[in-house]
Design a protein around this ligand. Structure first.
Ligand SMILES: Cc1cc2nc3c(=O)[nH]c(=O)nc-3n(C[C@H](O)[C@H](O)[C@H](O)COP(=O)(O)OP(=O)(O)OC[C@H]3O[C@@H](n4cnc5c(N)ncnc54)[C@H](O)[C@@H]3O)c2cc1C
Ligand code: FES
Ligand code: FES
Length: 1332
C-alpha cells in the first residue's frame, strides 16, 4: 500500500462548508490542513503535541443511534484528517468575524483584556465556545476545567477567566475579598463608594449569548449518516495508508492480517510518537466507526464500557450511574471519575480512548492503577476468539507493553460495583495541579470484614514507580487480615519502601520524592478510610484530622486604578483602560502572525540540523542522502554564507553555523531547505554528522568556576567597607541558593519568512522579533549587502519576553542565506521542541552570600556572588550578570554592600535575555538572604525587610540619588490592603490546627530600574502620516508583542492630535518607515516610542494650526484636506533622545536607570506537606507606575509578569541529561503556569497620586518589574515549609532552591514520610538530571 493509489474521498464540513478531500494523507493532522490547505490560519500551532491548546477547534458529530449531535473541543494538532469523515469542524473563524458579527465569546475575552499577544486567544475562544455549546450557563468550575489545557504566557489568565465568568449565572457578584464583602449583600468594598471606582471593562456593554445564532450541524451529514450504510474507507498518503473499517469482523480480520498496525483512536499516544519520535507506521487502522467498541452495558456485577469510548464519555457514563446506586456500590466509579477529572485536559479527554489509555501502558497512567486495584478486567477479541483478562500486575509487562497479543483488540472494559465494607481511592500527584502527567499515581482498595476494622482484602497499585504500573503486593500482604491502624500501616510503609525501591539514577529523576509519595499517598488513603470507618461507627477511637483538598475556586479580584480627571476630554484616551487595539482581531483569528502569511510561489521551508554532542570536533558532514530525498532542494552550511559568518555579541564572535567544532547539544550545524516542512524535516533527519568528542564538557556552574570558564567582563560593585563591617556585627551567616533557568515559552515559536525581491539584492524579511533593526543588520552583514537592501517587517509578535532578539537574529541570518542561495522565499518556523532546544532562556544562577547583622535585625554588611550559567556563547550574559549586581541593593539600605557578577561559560545552549534580565535571579538571592537573617533571629521576615528599607533621600551603591517615598507607600499600602498582620495571626492559628497542611505568607518589595544602562539605546523615532481623509497612520520603532505598545501609541497620538483613537491606525513596525530602532525591551518601549510619537504628532498639530485658526469650527477631516490643498506636509518624523545613562565600573558609580518603578506583593499559600502541592490563596499587589497611560494594559503587564515569576520560582523546571541534552522540550515536560495556578484571589492596585517627571505623561515602565513579585509565592511556600519543619522539630534557616516545586517543598517539609526515605549519597551514582 503506497502513495499514488486511489483512495476514498474524505467528506466533512468546516465552518458550515463542505470539504471533499480526494487525497487525504494519513500523516496530515487537521491543524496543518486548516492552516495550509484551507488558509484558515486562526487556529494556531503552539506545540503540536496536545499540550498547549492553541490549536483548539470544536468537532461536532451526528449519532444516528440516538439521533443526537455531540460537540466537543479537540486539539487540531493531534486530530488526523482521515478521522474526520462525517464530522463538522468549527474553527475560530467559523463562530464570528469582524466582517459579519463577532461572537460573544470573542468579544468578552477581548473586552475583558484577556488577549495580549493574542496567540493563545483563538484556542481560549474555542475551548470556551465548545463548553457553551454544551452548557450555555456554565459554572466557574466548568470554565476553569474547559480552560485547563489552554496555556497563555502573557495575561496570567485572570482577565480571560473574568471574561468567561460573564457567562456564568453566579457571575454578577463581586465576591471580592471573600463572601463577607459581597456587593449583593449591600456591603461596600474598601472605603470608596463602589460606583465611583472605575472598572477595567463594562459588563453591561456585552453582546448577549444567543444559542440560536450558532452554526447548525450540516443537514447533509445527518442525511448521509441516516441513509447510507457506512463503508470501509481507505486513504493513501506518501508513506502511510489508513484503513477505517466499520464492522467488528472486518476490524478483527484487519488486525489479524496486520498485527503490527496500531489502532488509532484518539491519536494522543500514536500521534506524539510519530511526530516527536519519528516512528513510522506504514499502515494505520482506525476503528472509530466500529460501533462494537462503543457499547455500554450494565450487569448485576458492574458495567461494561466500550474500549473506544473517550475518557469524557467514560466520565459521563460513570457520572450518570453513580446517583442510581447506593454509595457503597460506586466506590470504584467515583474513584475513577475523580482521577479522570485530573487526567490531561478536556481536549485530550474528549478524544483519548479508554482502551487506548490501558493499552498504551504509560508508566504513570492515571487509569491503570485504579482499574487494577478496582478489580477491573478487559474483554479482548481476535480472530482466535474472545477472552476476558484481568487488569492486574500480570497485565502490564513493561514500558508501553501489555500482555495482549498484537492481534488482540480490547473490546470493552468491565468496572465492577464495590461491595459493602469496600473502599476505593485513586490518588495522583503531578508537577502542575492540572493538565499534567502525574509524577506518581495510585489506585488503592481495601475490603473489611463486616463491621470490623480487620482487612479482608487489599490491593494497591502505583504508577510512576517504574517502567509500568506496579502492584505493591508485599505491602498488601503485610496489611491483609490485620487491623487498619497505625501499627499495621507503620509496618506497611517500611515494606512499601523496600518493595518499590527506585535506583538513584532512575529515568525521570525525583527518586526520593517519588518514593516518599508512595508512602504519603498510602497515608492519605489510610486516613480517608479511617474517617469512613469512624463515620460507620466501626471504630470509636480518635482519628487524626482529615486532609481536605486544597481550595480551587477562583474568586473575582480587585483591579484598582485612578480615574482620569473630570476635565479630561472624552476624546482623550490617555489614562483610560482601552482594550488592546488588536484584541478583537486576535479573538476572531483574523490577526496575522508571521506564519499566517500566505505561501509564496516556490517558497521553501528551512529546518535546522543541530549538534547531538556537547563538545566535539565535527569530523564529517554528509548531506548526500538528504539531497536525494523527495522535495529537498539544498543544504546550507557555513561555506554558503557570502558575508560575515559570525554574529558578534558583547565582543565575542558566535558562529552562525558550526564549522569544525560544536560546543553544545542543539548548536546549529546546517539547514535543509525543501518544498514542504515534512520534506525538510525528513531531509534534516537524513543529514549524517560524525564527531570526535572533546574531553571534559562543562555543564554546571561549579564546574565552570573550578575551571575558570567565564565570559568577561566580570563586574564588581561595592560601597562601604564590607570586610571591616563583618567584624563589627552581632552575627554572621553564610548561605546560598540556586535558581533554575526558565524557558521563554512564547506561544508563537521563532518564525520568519525571507523573500528575495528579485533585483539588486533586495530582501523583505517578515519576522517575529523584538528588534527589527538588529535583524536588518544581521541579514545585511550575512549576505554582505547594504542595510538599505533589507526591509524588516514586524506585524505582531506572539510573545517574546526577551527571547526574540539575539537568537532570532542568528536564525534570520541562516534563513536569509538559504533565500539568497536558492533565490526563493524561505520560511523558518521552529517546532516547539527545536525552539526550546536551540534558543536558550533565562540564566540559571547560583547565588552565594555572607551577611552580617545585629541582634535587632539591622543588616550591616552583605557580600554577594552571582554566577550565571550562560551556556556556550556569550550572547548578552555579562550584561545579565551585571544587572544582578546593579540591582542587589533592591529596597534595602545596606551600608556595606559588595557583589560580583560572573557569566559562566558552559557546554549548554546559550542563554539570553529574559524579562527582568537577571534581576529576578539576583533579587531572589538577596531576599533569600533576608529570610535567612529572619530565621536565624527567629522573627518574621517582613520585620527584617521593613527595618532595612531605604528611607528618606537615599543613595544607591552606585552613588545614584533617589527618593524611596513611593516604595514605602507601596509597602504600607500593600500591608493595609492585604490585611497582612491579621492574616499572619490567622495563619499561625491554622498551622497549629493542621499537621499536614500549612499556610504561609510573605510580602516582598521591588525597586526596578527602567531604561537601558547602555545610554545609546535610549532613543526612538516615529513617523506619522495624516492622509487627506483625516485618517492617521503611526509608525514607530516598538514592536507589538502583546505588551500593548501600539495601543498606547494610539492613545498618545490621540491626545496630541486631539482626535479619537479610532482615526489612528498602526499597521506594522518596519525598518523602511522608522530606521535604526532600538529593541522593545528594558520596559522602555512606551517611554521611548511614546515620546517620539508625541513629538511627531505635535509637529503635525502645529503645522495644522493656521488652518484650524482659519476654520475653528471645521472638522479634523476638513483640516487635513485643506492642509493638502495648501501644500502643507502631512507627514512628520518624531525623535526622542533619551537619558545618557552609564555606569563607570572603575569608579563604581553611575546613573544606569532613568528612574525606578516600585511594587510590593503579598501572597499567601496553602501547602499540602505530604505532596508539596500548593495553592496561592491570595495575592495583593501594589505598584507605583506613576500615571498609567492605559490601566488595563498595565494591569495586564503586572498580572502577566507576576504569573511568569510565579512560574519561574515555583513551577518551571528545565532538566538536562548528564550529557547536556535538554529533556524538557515541550509543554508535556516543561510546565508553565496554567489557569489552575492563578491566585484564587488576585488583587492589583495602582498606587494613586504618583508622578514621574522622567517619562511620558508621568507614567512608568512596567513590562518587567513585577515578574520578581512572583517570588512572594516562593517565600510564602518557604514560610509554610518552615511551619511544617517546626512540627518535625526543625528550626532555623534551611535550603530551598528555586523553583520551589512540589518535590522541593515536600522534601524540605521533612515529614515523617520523607524522612523515612534514605537519601542516596551524592557522587555514588550518576543522576538522571543535572543541577546546572
Ligand atoms: C497532552 C497529553 C496529556 C495527557 N495526560 C495524561 C494524563 O494526565 N494521564 C494519563 O493517564 N494519560 C494522559 N495522556 C495519555 C492519554 O490518556 C492516552 O494517550 C490516551 O488515553 C490513549 O488513547 P488514544 O485513544 O488516544 O490512543 P491512540 O494514540 O489512538 O492509540 C494508542 C495505542 O493504543 C492501542 N489501542 C487503542 N485502542 C485499542 C483497543 N481498543 N484495543 C487494542 N489496542 C488499542 C493502539 O494500537 C495504540 O498502540 C495524555 C496525552 C496527551 C497527548
Ligand atoms: S498546538 Fe495543539 S495543543 Fe499545542
Ligand atoms: S495573550 Fe495568551 S499567549 Fe499571549
Amino acid at each position: 500500500m503506497s502513495a499514488g493509489k486511489q483512495g476514498d474521498a474524505l467528506c466533512f464540513f468546516i465552518n458550515g462548508k463542505k470539504v471533499t478531500e480526494n487525497h487525504a494523507d494519513p500523516e496530515t493532522m487537521l491543524l496543518a490542513f486548516l492552516r495550509q490547505k484551507m488558509k484558515l490560519t486562526g487556529t494556531k500551532y503552539g506545540c503540536g503535541g496536545g499540550g498547549c491548546g492553541a490549536c483548539t477547534v470544536m468537532v461536532s458529530r451526528y449519532q444516528p443511534a440516538t439521533k443526537s449531535i455531540i460537540h466537543y473541543s479537540a486539539n487540531a494538532c493531534l486530530l488526523p484528517l482521515c478521522q474526520l469523515h462525517g464530522a463538522a469542524v468549527t474553527t475560530v473563524e467559523g463562530i464570528g468575524s469582524t466582517k459579519t458579527r463577532i461572537h460573544p465569546v470573542q468579544e468578552r475575552i477581548a473586552k475583558a483584556h484577556g488577549s495580549q499577544c493574542g496567540f493563545c486567544t483563538p484556542g481560549m475562544v474555542m475551548s470556551t465556545y465548545a463548553l457553551l455549546r454544551n452548557k450555555p450557563q456554565p459554572t466557574m468550575d466548568d470554565i476553569t476545567q474547559a480552560l485547563a489545557g489552554n496555556l497563555c504566557r502573557c495575561t496570567g489568565y485572570r482577565p480571560i477567566v473574568e471574561g468567561c465568568r460573564t457567562f456564568c449565572q453566579e457571575a454578577n457578584c463581586c465576591q471580592a475579598n471573600g463572601a463577607a464583602n459581597c456587593c449583593l449583600n449591600g456591603e461596600k468594598n474598601g472605603d470608596e463608594p463602589e460606583q465611583e471606582k472605575p472598572q477595567l471593562f463594562d459588563k453591561l456593554d456585552l453582546l448577549p449569548l444567543d444559542p440560536t445564532q450558532e452554526l447548525i450541524f450540516p443537514p447533509e451529514l445527518i442525511l448521509m449518516a441516516d441513509t447510507t450504510s457506512p463503508q470501509t474507507l481507505t486513504f493513501h498518503g506518501e508513506r502511510v495508508t489508513w484503513v477505517s473499517p466499520v464492522s467488528l469482523e472486518e476490524l478483527i480480520q484487519l488486525k489479524a492480517k496486520h498485527p503490527k498496525a496500531p489502532l488509532v483512536m484518539g491519536n494522543t499516544n500514536i500521534g506524539p510518537d510519530m511526530k516527536f519520535k519519528g516512528i513510522l507506521h506504514p499502515l494505520i487502522i482506525s476503528p472509530t466507526r466500529v460501533k462494537g467498541l462503543f457499547e455500554v452495558s450494565q450487569t448485576p456485577q458492574g458495567v461494561w464500557v466500550g474500549a473506544g469510548c473517550s475518557l469524557s464519555e467514560l466520565h459521563s457514563v460513570l457520572e450518570k450511574l453513580v446517583p442510581q446506586f447506593p454509595e457503597e456500590k460506586t466506590e470504584v466509579f467515583r474513584a475513577l471519575n475523580r482521577q479522570l477529572g485530573n487526567l490531561g485536559s478536556v481536549q485530550i479527554r474528549n478524544v483519548a480512548s479508554l482502551g487506548g489509555n490501558i493499552v498504551s501502558a504509560y508508566p504513570n497512567s492515571d487509569l491503570n492503577p485504579i482499574l487494577a486495584a478496582g478489580n477491573c478486567k478487559v474483554s479482548v477479541i481476535s480472530s482466535g476468539g474472545r477472552r476476558e483478562v484481568p487488569l492486574n500486575q500480570d497485565f502490564f509487562v513493561g514500558f508501553g507493553k501489555v500482555i495482549l497479543q498484537p492481534e488482540e483488540i480490547v473490546l470493552s472494559v468491565f468496572i465492577p460495583f464495590s461491595r459493602k465494607g469496600e473502599f476505593v481511592q485513586a490518588l495522583r500527584h503531578a508537577p502542575r495541579k492540572e493538565a499534567s502527567f502525574a509524577t506518581v499515581t495510585a489506585g488503592m482498595r481495601v475490603m473489611f470484614s463486616e463491621s470490623s476494622r480487620v482487612v479482608q482484602d487489599v490491593s494497591i497499585y502505583y504508577g510512576g514507580m517504574g517502567p509500568t504500573t506496579v502492584s505493591a503486593a508485599k505491602t498488601c500482604q503485610a496489611i491483609i487480615r490485620r487491623p487498619w491502624d497505625d501499627e499495621t500501616l507503620g509496618q506497611a510503609y517500611d515494606i512499601l519502601l523496600e518493595e518499590l525501591a527506585l535506583p538513584p539514577s532512575a529515568p525521570g529523576g525525583k527518586v526520593e520524592f517519588r518514593r516518599s509519595l508512595t508512602l504519603s499517598l498510602l497515608f492519605k488513603f489510610y486516613l480517608e478510610v479511617l474517617h469512613k470507618l469512624k463515620a460507620m461507627n466501626v471504630i470509636t477511637d480518635e482519628v487524626p484530622e482529615k486532609i481536605q483538598p486544597l481550595p480551587r475556586d477562583i474568586q473575582p479580584g480587585l483591579q484598582e486604578f485612578q480615574p482620569v480627571s473630570k476635565d479630561q476630554s472624552n476624546h482623550d484616551a490617555v489614562g483610560r483602560p482601552m482594550m488592546h487595539r488588536s484584541a478583537i482581531s486576535q479573538a476572531t483569528g483574523e490577526a496575522v502572525y508571521c506564519d499566517d502569511l500566505p505561501k509564496i510561489e516556490g517558497e521553501l521551508f528551512l529546518m535546522v540540523v543541530t549538534s547531538s554532542r556537547p563538545h566535539a570536533k565535527i569530523t564529517g558532514l554528509d548531506v548526500s542522502e538528504a539531497l536525494q530525498l523527495p522535495g529537498v532542494v539544498d543544504v546550507i552550511t557555513t561555506k554558503d554564507i557570502p558575508g560575515k559568518k559570525v554574529r558578534t555579541f558583547c565582543g565575542y564572535n558566535e558562529e552562525l553555523l558550526a564549522e569544525s567544532e560544536v560546543s553544545c547539544i542543539g548548536q546549529m550545524i546546517c539547514a535543509v531547505v525543501a518544498d514542504t516542512k515534512a520534506h525538510a524535516k525528513r531531509g534534516a533527519a537524513a543529514v549524517k554528522i560524525s564527531y570526535e568528542d572533546l574531553p571534559d564538557p562543562i555543564f554546571t556552574i561549579e564546574e565552570a568556576v573550578e575551571k575558570s570558564s567565564y565570559f568577561e567582563p566580570r563586574r564588581l560593585l561595592q560601597r562601604g567597607d564590607v570586610t571591616e563591617a563583618f567584624k563589627t556585627v552581632d552575627k554572621v551567616y553564610e548561605g546560598e541558593i540556586r535558581i533554575g533557568g526558565q524557558e521563554h515559552f512564547y506561544m508563537e515559536t521563532q518564525s520568519m519568512l525571507v523573500v528575495p525581491v528579485g533585483e539588486e539584492m533586495e530582501f523583505n524579511v517578515y519576522i517575529s522579533t523584538q528588534w527589527p533593526t538588529l535583524i536588518q543588520d544581521a541579514v545585511a552583514e550575512t549576505l554582505n549587502i547594504a542595510s538599505n537592501r533589507v526591509t524588516c517587517h514586524v506585524k505582531r509578535v506572539g510573545g517574546a519576553f526577551g527571547g526574540k532578539v539575539t537568537r532570532t537574529s542568528v536564525l534570520a541570518s541562516i534563513t536569509s542565506v538559504a533565500a539568497w542561495k536558492t533565490n526563493r522565499a524561505v520560511r523558518c518556523v521552529l517546532e516547539r521542541g527545536e525552539d526550546m532546544l536551540i534558543t536558550g532562556g533565562r540564566h540559571p544562577t547560583l547565588g552565594k552570600y555572607k551577611v552580617g547583622f545585629m541582634n535587632d535585625g539591622k543588616i550591616v554588611a552583605a557580600d554577594f556572588q552571582f554566577f550565571a550559567n550562560s551556556g556556550n556563547t556569550v550572547d548578552e550574559s555579562p550584561l545579565v550578570a551585571e544587572k544582578m549586581v546593579l540591582h542587589m541593593d533592591t529596597a534595602y539600605n545596606i551600608p556595606n554592600l559588595r557583589g560580583r557578577g560572573t557569566a559562566c561559560k558552559t557546554n549548554l545552549p546559550s542563554n539570553t535575555a529574559f524579562r527582568g534580565f537577571g534581576v529576578p535571579q539576583g533579587l531572589l538571592i538577596v531576599e533569600n538572604m533576608i529570610n535567612d537573617v529572619a530565621m536565624v533571629l527567629g522573627c518574621p521576615a517582613d520585620k527584617i525587610r521593613e527595618m532595612n528599607m531605604y528611607r528618606g533621600p537615599s543613595t544607591t551603591h552606585y552613588k545614584f540619588e533617589f527618593n524611596p517615598e513611593n516604595l514605602l507607600r507601596c509597602w504600607e499600602e500593600c500591608k493595609r490592603r492585604s490585611d497582612y498582620s491579621a492574616r499572619r495571626g490567622a495563619i499561625e492559628q491554622f498551622n497549629e490546627q493542621n499537621r499536614w497542611k500549612k499556610r504561609g505568607i510573605s510580602i516582598i518589595p521591588i525597586k526596578y530600574g527602567i531604561a537601558f544602562s547602555d545610554g545609546f539605546l535610549n532613543q526612538a523615532a516615529a513617523l506619522v502620516h495624516i492622509y487627506k481623509d483625516g485618517s492617521v497612520l503611526v509608525s514607530h520603532g516598538g514592536t507589538e508583542m502583546g505588551q500593548g505598545v501600539h495601543t498606547k501609541m494610539q492613545q498618545i497620538a490621540s491626545r496630541e492630535l486631539h482626535i479619537p483613537p479610532s482615526k489612528i491606525y498602526i499597521s506594522e513596525t518596519s525598518t523602511n518607515t522608522v530606521p535604526n530602532t532600538c529593541p522593545s525591551a528594558a520596559s522602555f518601549g512606551t517611554d521611548a516610542n511614546g515620546m517620539a510619537v508625541k513629538d511627531a504628532c505635535q509637529i503635525l498639530y502645529q503645522r495644522l494650526e493656521p488652518i484650524r485658526k482659519k476654520n475653528p469650527k471645521g472638522t479634523w477631516e476638513s483640516w487635513a484636506n485643506k492642509a493638502f490643498m495648501e501644500k502643507i506636509s502631512l507627514s512628520a518624523t518624531g525623535f526622542y533622545k533619551g537619558p545618557d545613562l552609564y555606569v563607570d565600573w572603575d569608579k563604581m558609580e553611575g546613573q544606569p536607570y532613568a528612574y525606578y518603578t516600585y511594587g510590593v506583593s503579598c501572597s499567601e499559600v496553602e501547602l499540602d506537606c505530604l505532596t508539596g502541592e500548593y495553592r496561592t490563596l491570595r495575592t495583593d499587589i501594589v505598584v507605583d507606575i506613576g500615571k498609567s497611560v492605559n490601566p488595563s494594559v498595565d494591569m495586564g503587564q503586572i498580572e502577566g509578569a507576576f504569573m511568569q515569576g510565579l512560574g519561574l520560582y515555583t513551577l518551571e523546571e528545565l532538566k538536562f541529561s548528564p550529557f547536556g541534552l535538554l529533556y524538557t522540550r515541550g509543554p508535556s515536560q516543561y510546565k508553565v503556569p496554567a489557569v489552575c495556578d492563578v491566585p484564587l484571589q488576585f488583587n492589583v492596585y495602582l498606587l494613586p497620586d504618583s508622578d514621574n517627571p522622567y517619562a511620558i505623561y508621568s507614567s512608568k515602565g512596567i513590562g518587567e518589574p513585577t515578574l520578581f513579585l512572583g517570588s512572594s509565592v516562593f517565600f510564602a511556600i518557604k514560610d509554610a515549609v518552615a511551619a511544617a519543619r517546626s512540627d518535625s522539630g526543625l528550626k532555623g534557616p534551611f535550603s530551598l532552591n528555586s523553583p520551589a516545586t512540589p518535590e522541593r517543598a515536600c522534601l524540605a517539609s521533612a515529614s515523617p514520610f520523607t524522612q523515612k526515605v534514605p537519601a542516596s549519597k551524592p557522587g555514588s551514582f550518576k543522576p538522571w538530571a543535572l543541577d546546572i
